[in-house]
Design a protein around this ligand. Structure first.
Ligand code: CP
Length: 329
């Protein structure tokens, strides 16, 4: 297919063809990353600016590494030591990076909609700068959704990861769904694949309106809600657990972390309900012993957490490559 998406801000309108293009392109870059020389000249001369207004370890480092592996020049912005502290606006910051010749901007912000606002401004100015959403508030984290998809599909068929592999697989997403941009992006991508997606959380972290999340969409999507863990993880092929986002909880939404772990924490014992070869994912950072037991997190027989981080580089290379004008597929 011809890649036409200029910005990647959300997975809500991603088509099955676009998912497969990202998966196939990431698969090619995974092969590049396995070589002795892990660098290709594809984006030589292009500038990728990482504008992270909110902390990050994985996303910022893997976008930077992905850009460098593609031979782009990278600019990293640190809000605490920037002119934001002197009152410069976010849009003026973005325009400053534009004036330096930036070709793509990777944006993270604690408020939903900031990457969209910057993309709109770039379009209004008529410049060909692609904007990637690296996580905006509680809205979306599309590159995380895509790397999770790539991790799962690569496990099912390492040589040809593709969307159809998830048809009818049962996938549970467990935890702080209310505050999770990762959950929102994964709901779009995993339900687009035909997977049977089950959300589980206490009612305070999983409002009933989530049943409507994908209700008016053109694709047939399977999404169920549970306010207890067991029905969600029973016979599940994959269990994705999410970080409790204490920084986004304005009020006390849980009795205690201990009680939360007892009810919704993923442990070896709880996983006995799932498929014998069940695999566990977590986008990180992890509250060890809260959303997942520490021993399970480190057990390569069950945990895909390291693979998720590794996948992030190849998937982000694919996104930068496609948005930078590379040939799809
Ligand atoms: N998963 C994720 O977004 O992690 P970081 O906050 O470390 O980037």
């Amino acid at each position: 297919m011809i890649w036409t998406r200029h910005h990647v801000l959300s997975l809500a309108e991603f088509t099955p063809e676009e998912y497969d293009t990202v998966l196939q392109t990431a698969s090619s870059f995974r092969e590049v990353l396995s070589r002795r020389t892990k660098k290709v000249p594809t984006l030589q001369g292009q500038v990728v600016a990482n504008l992270f207004f909110e902390p990050s370890t994985r996303t910022r480092s893997s976008f930077e590494l992905a850009a460098k592996r593609l031979s782009a020049d990278t600019l990293n912005f640190a809000p605490g030591s920037s002119s934001l502290t002197k009152g410069e606006t976010i849009l003026d910051t973005a325009k400053t990076y534009l004036a330096m010749g930036t070709d793509m901007m990777v944006i993270r912000h604690k408020e939903a909609g900031v990457p969209q606002a910057i993309a709109d401004e770039m379009d209004r100015l008529g410049v060909k700068v692609g904007v990637l959403n690296a996580g905006d508030g509680q809205h979306e984290h599309p590159s995380q959704g895509l790397l999770d998809l790539f991790t799962i599909c690569s496990l099912l068929d390492p040589n040809n990861p593709r969307l159809e592999l998830l048809q009818n697989k049962k996938i549970a997403i467990v935890g702080d769904i209310l505050h999770s941009r990762v959950a929102r992006s994964n709901i779009w991508s995993l339900t687009a694949s035909g997977a049977d997606v089950h959300l589980a959380a206490p009612p305070t972290l999983l409002p009933k309106w989530f049943t409507n999340f994908v209700a008016d969409d053109a694709l047939p999507r399977k999404l169920s809600l549970h306010w207890s863990l067991d029905p969600a993880i029973a016979d599940a092929d994959f269990v994705m657990t999410l970080r409790l986002q204490k920084e986004r909880m304005a009020t006390h939404l849980l009795p205690s972390l201990r009680e939360y772990h007892q009810q919704f924490g993923i442990t070896r014992d709880r996983l006995k309900l799932s498929q014998p070869d069940v695999k566990v994912l977590h986008p990180g950072p992890v509250n060890r012993g809260v959303e997942i037991s520490s021993d399970l997190m480190d057990d390569p027989e069950f945990s895909l957490i390291s693979q998720q981080v590794t996948s992030g580089v190849a998937v982000r290379m694919a996104l930068l490559y496609l948005m930078g004008g590379g040939k799809a597929g």
